[in-house]
Structure formats: C-alpha cells, structure tokens
Design a protein around this ligand. Structure first.
Ligand SMILES: [Mg+2]
Length: 238
C-alpha cells in the first residue's frame, strides 16, 4: 500500500461507508447467528450450519438485498430447511427476536469517528457523502441514532455498492473519479470499484468481515490502508 504520498488536493469529495466504518454492525449479526446456531445445534457443527446459512443468504440476495430484514428471513428459512421443518415455533420466535434486535443497533460511533468527521468538515475542503447499502429504514434510523448526520452534505442509501452506483453518484455531483475518495471497511464494496474507476481509497479494516464482503485484496497507487479512522487526517494533511 502507498504510505508516503498524501492524498492530492484534487480530491474534493469524500464518501464514507457506514456499517463497521462509522458504527459497529457485523457483531450484531454474529450475535443473532450464534443464537440461531444454538437452536440448530442438533443438526450440525457451528461451521456446517454457518456454511448453510451463507448459502441461503447468498441465494436470497437477489430478492431480498442486504441488511437485517434479509438476514432474518434467511435465518428462518435455513432453520426450517436444516431441521427438515422440525424447528419449533418457540424457537422460530426466538430467531425472529434475535433478528429484530439487529434493528435496534445503537449505532454509537466507533471511537474517533465523530472527531475525525468534525475535523474534515471544519477544514471546509471537502464535500462529504455517506454512502451505505442495506435496508432504507434501518439505515436511516442508525444514522439518526448515531447523530452523525450533521457532518454530511449528502446521504446515499443504495441497494449495492458497485461501479454502477458510484458512477451515478459521481455524475450527479459532476466530479471526475480522480476527485473522489472512498473510505470504508469493505475492500469489495468501498475500495475495489472506486479504484477501478480511477478514484482514491482509504481502507479501514474492521475486526470482523462478513463472508460476502471477503475478496482478494491488492496494493494500489491510489489506495491507503489505516488501522483507525483518525489516521485519515494526516493523509489529508489535516
Ligand atoms: Mg461497511
């Protein structure tokens, strides 16, 4: 990764991912999965169950998209399939409640996030975008609970984060990819498509990564990797 050159002043727009970049998210999904795996423990090892769940989630993605509601439906569907319909209605209610708990994510900002956004905002040098995928209502609620909304000039809640969504954001902002920097914890969604288009990336890995977001990572001249979000500031010369 490039750790010498600062991000050039030609960058005018910074887009932040939300889940596991601004606030914790994946750990709540893992908690729900742990309860689900407990219910289904007579039917397989944790690894076997987890692999089955991931298959169901992936197959459901086209219809249900990303987020807590899609995940809850996949938990219920896979519980019924794995148990051959033997899972009790009480256990289904428990699984449903575990899924619903994800929707009550406190979305407290990760340490250093508010201060970092505040500093970038105060510099007056950048147009700040929050770009996230998932359930519209859930993402809106989390943004509200996080109290981070005031730092952003624009919020985009999209159904996917591929070149298509980034291109339409860039054309609506009328900026070239070279003026665009994406910050996030997913190499697959937040970094790779933006590098591909000619933009810049700051990769901030989180301690856990959803299976679906795992992808081969590679170094790039327009990519920086940092341990924590506050480490972006020196790269921006702030
Ligand atoms: Mg994320």
């Amino acid at each position: 990764m490039n750790d010498k050159i600062l991000i050039p002043s030609s960058v005018k727009v910074i887009s932040f991912d939300a889940d596991d970049t601004l606030w914790e998210n994946e750990p709540l999904f893992l908690d729900a999965e742990a309860l689900w795996a407990d219910v289904l423990s007579p039917y397989g090892t944790k690894e076997e169950l987890s692999a089955r769940l991931f298959e169901v989630e992936s197959a459901n993605m086209e219809d249900f998209g990303y987020g807590a509601k899609a995940f809850t439906l996949s938990l219920i569907q896979s519980a019924l399939e794995i148990s051959g319909g033997k899972v009790s209605s009480e256990d289904l209610v428990r699984i449903l409640s575990a899924g619903r708990r994800i929707l009550h994510n406190p979305a407290s900002p990760i340490e250093g996030v508010a201060e970092t956004l505040e500093t970038i905002r105060r510099s007056g040098r950048y147009f700040l975008v929050l770009m996230t995928k998932g359930d519209l209502l859930d993402q809106q609620h989390k943004l509200q609970r996080s109290a981070l909304g005031k730092y952003f000039d624009r919020v985009e809640i999209v159904s996917g984060k591929t070149e298509k969504e980034y291109s339409s954001l860039l054309s609506s902002l009328e900026v070239p990819p070279s003026a665009f920097l994406s910050v996030g914890n997913s190499f697959r969604s937040d970094i790779a498509p933006v590098l591909q288009m000619g933009g810049w990336g700051v990769y901030v890995p989180f301690r856990v990564t959803w299976e679906h977001e795992k992808v081969e990572e590679y170094p790039h001249d327009r990519l920086f990797q940092v341990d924590k979000i506050g480490d972006i500031l020196p790269l921006l010369g702030l």
